[in-house]
Design a protein. Structure first.
Lengths: 428, 168
């Protein structure tokens, strides 16, 4: 007879770094802008010696992945200047480069200092020179910082290359799924295992300071909401009610969670005050109310409800309890997430039977379908509002994909093993 | 129907005999997995599994279904399900054991909405059993949403198999 009870194999890891070679997503850009900006990133070395991480390669890949840039291959470069004074403009103009980044690295006894400059080739002028330093383990952070500076100076939009993504991966194990909660850099590198379990893990969401995650784990035999600090791995079970304990969303001020409980009969939205430990019920309706997400002002929530007969997105003003329907196009709109501007709503939208990611302008009401992949879900917007990552299917395998909010740039982030799902982009 | 009920009743006797022979079934969540640092659940499960027993005693010919299927985004029991649930209710009325009702959804639609949908389906089974005289305190509802599919394929056949409630 089957032993009842739940044989748990859950482990919490904080210092377990997987080998970076297997961890990186192979980025496959499927659509970019028509005339991407041509940019060259001159190799950055320690006086000709290679660094443990190839900074210029990481910067090139970051900028290429934005879809707005096309980086010039190193093998085509005619010279490898490290400083502004070493640059021969014609070496770069002949390659069609519109911008050039050069960087000089110095060893400061245990840490590296990178002094980097961005130059505009048409006028031959320098746009900035900046410096950044860090230890060998931070070379990827240094590279992403350079990418952010370059991207913001040229596009006027802050970069989001220094951010991270949390996601869930499901790997078949002895005929059952085994689940992992992971965090990686936004480019898929430095993948880190936070929690492994033989029971489902779902709905990861970031704290506003990007130091903690909340998520749902079934490790106790039923769904419960947990909170976990990324640096210390300190972990706490926050809910343990009969029925659903799900869809946690952290308030912008960091003090509360919005979440879903069905302890009183059917799914309702609640807030949980992390300081007073008090639950406050927000909705009272016999329909399904779920998937809350805070508006940036922290005064209202958007959520999914089938109170109109099918899942649609509604807005709840917390102080007044007033509920207003937001979506009217399509028979299924669910799991709303707000872009940082508080005006652009992204969601899962069913269009002629297929599930895609759509955005809606909350001022004009215009809805736009952004993706054409298969069974798209879980959209999460970058903190700079330029892109969103979502989960989709390639065959029967779950993968992550990205699309710009203007739908002009699309790329896939295929996983090496298992199903990857439920991405959550860090707020910083 | 009457004949079927009698058959089921006879099998129930066998099931009961087997159950009484293994009444020491654990009812607490086991958190003793390797390398865990998991807080133990504060809620006692109070559930006893009859799985395995029924598989060997009911047999394929007379097995009363323990899995109930649903339409997309719906939680309405079909005639086949209600017929089977009446038999289960009859038995449970006479033999009150704890039952776990696990609700599931197919992969289409969003994950947390599907959690709610799985629960709504399991509640439909629970409510039907209660309406047939089963003590509601014996019935525990757990939704797995789309997280624990019966079929990992991505097509209509798989989705139909995955929109289900399992009685355990």
């Amino acid at each position: 007879m089957r032993k009842i009870g739940f044989l748990l194999s859950v482990c919490v890891l904080v210092t377990c770094w997987l080998p970076s070679a297997s961890a990186e997503f192979a980025i496959e850009i499927t659509q970019g802008v028509d005339n991407p900006t041509r940019i060259a990133i001159s190799p950055m070395t320690l006086g000709g010696r290679a660094l443990p991480e190839d900074i210029s390669k990481i910067v090139s890949a970051d900028l290429d992945r934005s879809g707005l840039f096309s980086s010039i291959s190193r093998q085509n470069m005619l010279s490898f200047p490290a400083r502004e004074n070493d640059v021969y403009l014609r070496d770069w103009r002949v390659l069609g480069a519109e911008y050039l980044v050069v960087g000089d690295v110095t060893d400061q006894g245990g840490s590296y200092k990178v002094t980097f400059s961005l130059m505009e080739m048409a006028g031959g002028r320098k746009l900035f020179t900046k410096a950044v330093d860090g230890k060998a383990a931070q070379l990827r952070d240094i590279a992403h910082h350079i990418s952010d500076q370059v991207y913001e100076t040229i596009t006027g939009i802050p970069g989001a290359f220094s951010t991270r993504i949390a996601y869930v991966s499901a790997i078949p194990k002895n005929g059952k799924m085994s689940f992992r909660l992971m965090v990686s850099d936004a480019d898929g590198a430095r993948e880190r295992l936070l929690l492994a379990s033989d029971e489902p893990i779902m709905s990861p969401a970031w704290s506003p300071d990007a130091k903690e995650l909340v998520y749902v784990s079934f490790e106790t035999g039923r769904p419960a909401i947990f909170r976990q600090n990324l640096a210390t791995a300190a972990r706490e079970q926050l809910t343990n009610f009969r029925g659903l304990n799900g869809a946690p969303s952290w308030s912008p001020d960091g003090r509360k969670l919005a979440l879903v409980l069905s302890k009183d009969g059917n799914p309702e939205l609640y807030t949980f005050d992390l300081i007073t430990r008090k639950f406050t019920r927000l909705t009272t309706h016999f329909a399904i109310d779920t998937e809350p997400n805070w508006m940036p002002d922290g005064k209202s929530l958007v959520f999914t409800s089938d109170r109109g007969g099918a899942p649609q997105i509604y807005k709840l003003t917390i102080a007044s309890g007033q509920v207003e329907r937001l979506t009217f196009t399509g028979s299924y709109n669910a799991r709303p997430r707000l872009a940082p501007d508080g005006r652009t709503l992204v969601m899962v939208h069913r269009d002629k039977g297929d599930f895609h990611i759509a955005s809606q302008d909350l001022v004009t009401g215009d809805l736009r379908v952004l993706t054409q992949t298969y069974l798209d879900e879980s959209p999460t917007v970058a903190p700079n509002g330029a892109m969103l990552i979502y989960a989709t299917k390639q065959g029967s395998k779950g993968v992550l994909a990205a699309v710009s909010l203007d739908a002009g740039v699309k790329f896939l982030l295929p996983a090496t093993v298992g199903d990857v799902r439920e991405p959550a982009w860090s707020p910083k | 129907m009457k004949n079927q009920l009698l058959k089921y009743g006879a099998l129930v006797t066998v099931v009961m005999a087997l159950l009484s022979g293994c009444s020491s079934t654990g009812t607490e969540t086991d958190t003793a997995g390797a390398g865990t640092s998991v807080p133990s659940s504060q809620v006692s499960t109070g559930s006893v599994s009859t799985e395995g027993v029924t598989a060997t005693t009911l047999g394929t010919d007379t097995a009363v279904p323990r899995v109930f299927y649903f339409e997309f985004d719906r939680a309405v029991l079909n005639a086949e399900s209600t017929a089977a649930l009446r038999l289960h209710a009859e038995w449970l009325h006479a033999n009150p054991v704890n039952v776990r009702l696990e609700g599931h959804a197919d992969e289409r639609g969003t994950r947390e909405y599907n959690m709610a949908l799985g629960e709504r389906r399991a509640n439909a089974v629970r409510d039907f059993l209660i309406s047939e005289g089963v003590n509601g305190n014996l019935l525990e509802v757990i939704s797995y949403g789309e997280e624990s599919p019966a079929s990992l394929d991505s097509n209509e056949t798989a989705w139909a198999l995955n929109r289900r409630v399992e009685m355990k």
